[in-house]
Design a protein around this ligand. Structure first.
Ligand code: HEM
Length: 538
């Protein structure tokens, strides 16, 4: 029996749709408009799902003979969620490996087109090309004056001037040598504090000692000022607070950097407001220090290699002379770049040494053989190949900037040797972590084996892209020599004076990572520091 519940007339929608839309005829303008909107939405959705995501619309990734492959991501957001939380270097490496997109992968961060290389050859082409010498600037960096400092100043006359000042004055080899006394002093204080903590607590939490030594060391080099933990309590707290706040603001993932319209109603970390509060505090502190240097007007200090960075900047003349606000930006950036990188790299080295007692013993043998209980100097350290190998292996397994900290920006269309073309105004990243963990590049990449660097030496200062933790090319880290000399000396002295033993029951070593401005140990390292006979503390 036919109950008439099912319409046999397949054209029913021709009448119901116009009725539903309030029209009598499908050809009504209103219906046509609705269909047009539906069509547009469909087009928008398919555009949103283009290869590489929304920011790669109109075949932007098809300019070369070989298109740049990449994940489609979500409409509007692209791959933002992958980068905004967790360990972005690992997620991006997994994505590149599973899709076989290691040479270059295109993706979208909101409306920003991004390419990422997880391969030494393309990485070298990107980092060393003059067409990638710019950086995309984050809102917080701009608000915190960093667009006038070396790291974010756009490629041009001003940035080239800053790089020249950095290489011929601030980080000149003779100045690094002249600052050895400061490195030794900060290390001596650290060793004594460690011995005290071991006596009082029965275990040492190393991070705070390293952070204090690194902060004091960079304050000494930059401002010629060192703090006493017991006497300068308030001043030190204010400084630490400012550095902490700056790190948080620069390290925070700001959605508005990629979705600018969001800034009108969504700023969960109150980034703008906090930057506006921090800048006057920084200006006041740095300007006071500059003023003190001006008053002292110590000509001999300005001309000697022992002078601090303020002395150097004040002594510049003619074309090289900087305005006071630019000096504040340059000096403050040094505090940021120099503090956490040295401390957290040393902590990673020490964690690996605690986990590998055989490596630690071999290192102690090398040091004892070279200096036999005497005070170690930079010159001694430079002659310890196994120490260099241990630090390099740590840089390989735990690069402090796994995505090389801050990205690059293409200033014109760039043709790569593999046939791909990166269009102008594309953010370019290098996943150094993916390269240093790639089994096609490194044998047994997950194993901590410093010996690999004794068999074949590798230049970690930007010459070999299989391991370039300081970046490469024109924007390579200008502080790389200072950073390496400090970490090498401190690690050598830490293992010369103490045997570092795992506190297995209370604080087993955990190598989990957390990615902030740099990638650091999620759980601070705790270990037993056993004083070594015949190596009295300085
Ligand atoms: C273990 C220590 C360090 C590591 C791993 C490190 C790593 C890096 C990396 C990966 C870059 C980006 C390079 C590129 O884009 O190719 C960079 C840039 C930079 N670093 Fe370092 N760094 C360290 C220590 C330092 C120190 C001690 C200072 C200064 C006191 C410093 C100052 C800078 C500056 C100013 C830039 C920006 C350069 C530019 O854009 O022209 N770094 N660093």
């Amino acid at each position: 029996m036919d109950l008439g519940l099912v319409s046999k007339d397949t054209t029913w929608w021709v009448f119901t749709l116009p009725a539903f839309l309030g029209s009598k005829n499908l050809l009504d303008a209103y219906v046509l408009f609705s269909l047009f909107i539906a069509f547009l939405s469909l087009a928008l959705i398919s555009w949103a799902f283009a290869v590489g995501g929304i920011a790669w619309k109109n075949g932007r990734n098809n300019k070369g003979t070989v298109p740049i492959p990449g994940p489609r991501g979500l409409p509007i957001f692209g791959t933002l969620f992958t980068l905004s939380r967790g360990l972005a270097h690992r997620s991006l490496a997994a994505m590149a490996w599973t899709r076989s997109n290691t040479q270059l992968m295109a993706f979208s961060l909101g409306s920003t087109p991004v390419v990422i290389s997880s391969d030494p050859h393309t990485a070298k082409e990107i980092l060393t090309s003059p067409n990638f010498a710019d950086r995309p600037i984050k809102q917080s960096a701009k608000s915190l004056m960093f667009s006038r400092a070396i790291g974010f100043a756009p490629n041009g006359t001003y940035w080239r001037l800053l790089r020249r000042i950095a290489s011929s004055h601030l980080f000149a080899p003779k100045r690094i040598v002249a600052h050895e006394a400061g490195r030794q002093l900060d290390c001596t204080i650290m060793l004594r504090n460690i011995a005290n903590e071991q006596k009082l607590q029965g275990v040492v939490s190393l991070r705070k000692h390293l952070q204090f030594a690194a902060l004091n060391n960079i304050m000494g080099s930059v401002f010629g000022k060192r703090y006493d933990e017991n006497e300068d309590i308030d001043e030190l707290e204010e400084l630490k607070g400012m550095v902490r706040e700056g790190f948080e603001l620069l390290g925070a993932f700001n959605w508005s950097d990629y979705l600018p319209w969001l800034s009108y109603f969504y700023d969960p970390f109150r980034i703008n407001e906090r930057c506006l509060k921090l800048v006057p505090r920084v200006r006041k502190l740095v300007k006071n220090i500059i003023e003190q240097h001006r008053k002292q007007n110590d000509e001999s200090k300005k001309l000697s290699d022992n002078g601090d960075f303020v002395d150097v900047l004040l002594s510049l003349d003619g074309d090289e002379k900087l305005k006071e606000d630019d000096m504040v930006a340059v000096l403050w950036e040094m505090i940021f770049r120099g503090t956490d990188t040295t401390a957290l790299l040393t902590e990673w080295v020490m964690a690996e040494l605690v986990l590998h007692p055989d490596v630690q013993a071999k290192l102690q043998l090398e040091i004892d053989g070279a200096v036999a209980g005497k005070a170690l100097t930079d010159a001694d350290v430079a002659k310890l190949p196994y120490l260099q190998a241990v630090v390099k292996e740590t840089l390989r397994i735990h690069p402090p900037g796994p995505l090389l900290s801050w990205a690059r920006l293409s200033t014109s269309d760039v043709q790569l040797s593999n046939g791909m073309v990166v269009p102008a105004n594309t953010t370019a990243m290098v996943n150094m972590w993916a390269i240093t963990h790639d089994p096609h590049v490194w044998e047994d990449p997950l194993q901590f084996k410093p010996e690999r660097f004794l068999e074949a030496d590798v230049d970690v200062r930007g010459g070999d892209l299989r391991l370039a933790p300081f970046g490469a090319g024109r924007r390579v880290c200008p502080g790389k020599n200072l950073g390496l000399v400090t970490v090498n000396l401190w690690v050598a002295k830490l293992v010369q004076h103490f045997g570092w033993v795992q506190d297995s029951d209370r604080h087993p070593v955990d190598l989990s990572e957390v990615l902030k401005l740099s990638c650091e140990m999620k759980f601070p390292l705790h270990a037993l520091a056993v004083e070594r006979e015949g190596n009295l503390l300085p």
